[in-house]
Structure formats: C-alpha cells, structure tokens
Design a binder for this molecule. Sequence first.
Ligand code: UD1
Length: 337
Amino acid sequence: MKILVTGGLGFIGSHTVVELQNEGFEVVIIDNLSNSTEEVLDGIVAITGKKPIFEKLDLREKNAVQDFFKKYQDMSGVIHFAASKAVGESVINPLLYYENNISTLVYLLQELQQKPEASFIFSSSCTVYGQAEKMPITENAPVQQPISPYGNTKKIGEEIIADTAKVTNINAILLRYFNPIGSHPTTQIGELPIGVPQNLVPFITQTGIGLRQELAVFGDDYPTADGTAVRDYIHVVDLAKAHVIALQRLLDKQNLDKVETFNLGTGTGSSVLEVIHSFEKVSDKKLTYKIMGRREGDITEAYASTTKANEVLGWKAKFTLDQAMDSAWKWEQKIRS
Ligand code: UD1
C-alpha cells in the first residue's frame, strides 16, 4: 500500500516514514526542504534498508499538487506533517503561517475529495487546549482561542478537516501531540533545528555540547511543584508509531466517526528542571542555566490523558524521559562530531 507523507523529511515525518516502512508500507514523501535536507533520506535508508520515493514539492503550488495526484493515483492514505511550527515567527509573519499551514491543507483535501475514499492523518497540537482547566487533559477539554497564529492554524486546520469530512469520502484522524523530543535510537535521524532552537530539548543539548552558553529557564514562579512549567515530553519514536496505528485504523475502517481525535502524550508531566536533571543524568554533565522571566504566551502545565489512545488505538508510549533525553543527547553528539 502506498502512503503519502507530506513533510516526510522533517523531525516527526522522518521517524514516521521509518515506522511505515518497517510495517511494509510503500512511502512517497513530499517535502519542500524548507526545514529539512535530502540527507535525511540516507538516514531512513540506513535504518530500514529501503528508499522511499521522494518528490521535492511545495504544497503551496496548487498546480504541482494537482500534478502530483495525477502521477500517483494509487495512494491509499495521507499523513500530513508539512507545516511551519515556530510560534514566535508566526506572530511576526502570520500570512506565511496561514499560507503554509492552511492553503496547503485545502489543496490536499481538494484532491482527496475527488477520490472514492481517502484516509487522512493530521498533525495537530495540544496547543489547541490553551491552558486547560483540568489535568490530565482529555480530548473533551474545550478547544480555546489560540494565542499565536501558529496555534490558530492547528485549530482552523482541524475545523477545515471536520467540515470537509462531513460532506466527502474523507475519513480523518486528528493527532494532538504534546511535546515531541528525542531521536531514533540508531542516531541515523533526529531533530535538525535551524538557527537558535526555540524548544527546550534542542536548546539543552546544544548548550550541553557547547554551542550555546547557557539555557534560559523561562520562569520559576509557576504554581507547580518546583516553580517551573510542566509539559508532557514524548519520545518521537513512540509518536511515530501512533501514526501508523491511526492510519491502519482508517484503512481497516475501524473508525467510529468520520473524524476522530486523539491526544498523543505519555500522561506524565515533567517540569523544566526535571528535564534538565534528566539531561544531566544521561549525559553525566552539568548544564549551565539561569532562571529568567516567563516567556510570553507560555502556559503553566499541560499533560495528556492517554486513556483514549490506550483504549481505542491500543497505543501507549513506551520510552521514558531519560531514554528520550539520552537519544536526544546521542543525536546532538553525532551531528556535531
Ligand atoms: C511550543 C509551542 C507549542 C508548539 C510546540 C511545537 C509556545 C508557547 N508553544 O510548545 O504551541 O506546539 O512548541 O514544538 O511556544 N523553555 C525554557 N527555555 C527555553 C525553551 C523552553 O525554559 O529556552 C521552557 C518553556 O517555557 C516551556 C518548556 O520549556 O515551559 C517547553 O518549551 P518548548 O519546548 O518551547 O515547548 P512548548 O512551549 O510547550
């Protein structure tokens, strides 16, 4: 079965391509290389022994998207990762985000709605919950008006898919990720942030290797156990496996609704200081960090209720925070060596 993975050379995309190929799927990747490189293909080949088909294509080019689907008429499913994800950048350049994340989604769905049936997996984010009132966060927690244009593209994206699925043959699963971290245990693929990382874990590993002087811990006056903000950090390989299970559910027509939503997290919240301590443990290094003020737009805590994903998908995250940090650190060392 042929599966289209958009953004398949990116961080989560590449790990998902590996899991798909390991399960025997034939993969076609679309990527515009805006936040990835073609060398990621070598990493995928090194792990799986198979080279996915790669089409360098920008999904904002509607004609190119149409041509793609003329060329590949036998696609059984689509996993859609291709999108921009930097919160700060989205505030500065909102139209880039609406074009990159929304226009592209519309073009893809326009092609898929012409098919007798289509299975669609969408990369969403726990950012749609904002600061949820109750922890752990279930899928029934209210979706809030996002603070950033990036967050808004995830909320709007979910709505576009729901409206479209209602009146077409498209079946979809929306996956709301908590905080994906880590890299493949083989260190053949991992996260490749461009410029100064905005996310905690790549900033930690870059500080550990000496690329950054010190980590700024954004706030220690949150109402949490140690005062630093709490998130649910999930190993990217666990996350990737959930995509294959979700896709298989649609292909097997096991879905109960045309659109289903699942949280993907570990169910455990970790504070910024706990993540730092985990890094120090697995790397046997002291991390230089300084407590700074809160970062605008940050929430106090977010961790997932995993009950629905456990019970309905039969999926559970297996890696611990230490294992995820260990893989992130090994990856950082490899790419700087
Ligand atoms: C962020 C986005 C979220 C997006 C996700 C994608 C914000 C407000 N949220 O999640 O919408 O889906 O990235 O990857 O940007 N931290 C530090 N120092 C740093 C970096 C981070 O203390 O240098 C802290 C943050 O304050 C936060 C935690 O580490 O408490 C995690 O931050 P980050 O990795 O950026 O993820 P989120 O903010 O949870």
